[in-house]
Design a protein around this ligand. Sequence first.
Ligand SMILES: NC(=O)C1=CN([C@@H]2O[C@H](COP(=O)(O)OP(=O)(O)OC[C@H]3O[C@@H](n4cnc5c(N)ncnc54)[C@H](O)[C@@H]3O)[C@@H](O)[C@H]2O)C=CC1
Ligand SMILES: O=C(O)C(=O)Cc1ccc(O)cc1
Length: 300
Amino acid sequence: MTDQPVPLFDTLVIIGPGLIGSSILRRGMEDRRIARRLVACDISPEVRARVTELGIADRVESDPATAARDADCVIICVPVGAIAMVAAQVMPVMKKGAILSEVGSVKTTVMEAMTPLLAQYPDIAFIPAHPMAGTEFSGPDAGFATLFEDRWCLLTPPGHTPTDAIRRVTELWEMMGARVRSMTVDHHDRVCAIVSHLPHLLAFTICGTADDLADETRSEVLDFAASGFRDFTRIAASDPTMWRDIFLNNREALLDMLDRFIADAQAMGDAIRTGDEDVIVSRIKRGRAIRRSLIENRQA
Ligand SMILES: NC(=O)C1=CN([C@@H]2O[C@H](COP(=O)(O)OP(=O)(O)OC[C@H]3O[C@@H](n4cnc5c(N)ncnc54)[C@H](O)[C@@H]3O)[C@@H](O)[C@H]2O)C=CC1
Ligand SMILES: O=C(O)C(=O)Cc1ccc(O)cc1
């Protein structure tokens, strides 16, 4: 009989098996080198029932503390505004040397809310992670095992985090198929403000603007939407609770990027008003070059 390789974690607990959490579980079920036991925990009875039906966890719990008691790694996959509250439920029962992670889209405010807990439980390694992958859908049915393949996962470990814990979380995300990069929470939030949060703000806004116009003109503007506008509507279909939490928690960086965007949009408007072809063409060419470089790097 051949020896089975030792899994990366004995018990991996996912709190909030929605889109992101259930995708981690699905990958974990397919590749049992990730964890010997996969535990899911959710506040919603419907989600717990669905996770059981889907068979994507070895155990399903309703109480985070019960779920986390014998975990080697707990990953909190709930909306940003609830992450620290869940951490406060699990940290008192977690084993010394265990790893606590989360996948929230904003890091600065989460780290601020976590600071007293980290001081109280210094034997738990806290390693925030943010997979730069997702869709406009939510819930356990929306997840899929390949969601993180060829995507970045950004880690923002605090300065004193044991290197072995960082190595294990890096390995976990690499086993999910992702590429991993570490950075500070401030840098993370500024990067995500421009590449993710502002685009979502624009999508929600432009859909509203077009809908207002349709109301005003009582015409079917949205029916004629070409593919560019349809791409905005896909993003605008995202979950309201999740995006409310992201906008309010990344307020400073997001408002900074919004101001910059308004200035740049204004400059494009001025160029159109004055017929400045060079400015118009150079801005369009810049957009094309960015798209081409993403395609070359397999990120589009
Ligand atoms: N949706 C996306 O594309 C991405 C989301 N994220 C982040 O991942 C996190 C989860 O997002 P999704 O998976 O999309 O959300 P989701 O809505 O699909 O799943 C969240 C789950 O958390 C559960 N939950 C909420 N509060 C809870 C609590 N107090 N205790 C236990 N369970 C609780 C909900 O019942 C739900 O099942 C968010 O922080 C989000 O910012 C990160 C990358 C991409
Ligand atoms: O659906 C899309 O286009 C996304 O951009 C998904 C997404 C949402 C939130 C994140 O923090 C990361 C990725």
